[in-house]
Design a protein around this ligand. Sequence first.
Ligand SMILES: Cc1cc2nc3c(=O)[nH]c(=O)nc-3n(C[C@H](O)[C@H](O)[C@H](O)COP(=O)(O)OP(=O)(O)OC[C@H]3O[C@@H](n4cnc5c(N)ncnc54)[C@H](O)[C@@H]3O)c2cc1C
Ligand code: FES
Length: 258
Amino acid sequence: MEKKNINKARILKNEALGPEIYQMVLEVGDTGEAVPGQFVNLYCKDGARLLPRAISICEVDRKAGTFRLIYKVLGRGTEEFTQLKENEEIDWLGPLGSGFTLNTEDREILLIGGGVGVPPLLELAKRLTGKKRVLLGFENESILTGDFSKVAAEVAVATTSGTEGIKGTVMDLLEQKEYLPDRIYSCGPKGMLKAVKDWARERNIPAELSMEERMACGIGACLVCTCKINEGPDPRDWNYQRVCKDGPVFNAEEVMFE
Ligand SMILES: Cc1cc2nc3c(=O)[nH]c(=O)nc-3n(C[C@H](O)[C@H](O)[C@H](O)COP(=O)(O)OP(=O)(O)OC[C@H]3O[C@@H](n4cnc5c(N)ncnc54)[C@H](O)[C@@H]3O)c2cc1C
Ligand code: FES
């Protein structure tokens, strides 16, 4: 894998937030025009793992030149990241992909996140000016609820185990109240995104979804991460688009779930 344009960042923090969940703060110097919904590619030091790991930007501090990332330990790459110490360097590339649109005219906004899809919604919540309600779903322990409480009018949690919030999913939270937002933003597992799309469509509410697909190159070159996107009024007008380059954020109406 070509390592052109890859930069070095200093790790300011890398600590466990909960079982298998870590937060990493990277000093990158210039954060660029990073927008919520974009991600960075992190590279492993072990030469056997050449492909980068995509991690969403959870928070940006332009002044300090830092990104806050939250990651879940899934396989060997993320396991390797847990071993990195403060002041060590890591290779990274970014910010990558398209972000969420920041619609300043929206007054009521609903943010719906699931699992490790929750982190990018935090920077989004900080930047949106309307009234934000946040619905978060997890298997067991929640993450970032305190951070969301500082910037949102309401934060509700559901866990499938019932250990926190209501027992169930974010779709159960949606049924608990009469939500009628101007826009929905969502990031999380595919099944949840499909349910959010259907819910929004039934009520004619615009929604943006951040899609997660397995990635390889992470920069638009290999086509591993494609998803089906509708490109016209006719459902037959669809094409494959790359989640890493054309997304990860798409209008819910365009995303074709199989
Ligand atoms: C746009 C985007 C944003 C993401 N943001 C986050 C985040 O903020 N926090 C977080 O914990 N996880 C996030 N992920 C998922 C994260 O990229 C994977 O969990 C991680 O790459 C797994 O690497 P691994 O070596 O531990 O696992 P392995 O299964 O060993 O990975 C093997 C290969 O498959 C790829 N891969 C495996 N699972 C995924 C996946 N779900 N998505 C993409 N590639 C995958 C890896 O990059 C690697 O190249 C995001 C994924 C995408 C596409
Ligand atoms: S991961 Fe290679 S094109 Fe998206």
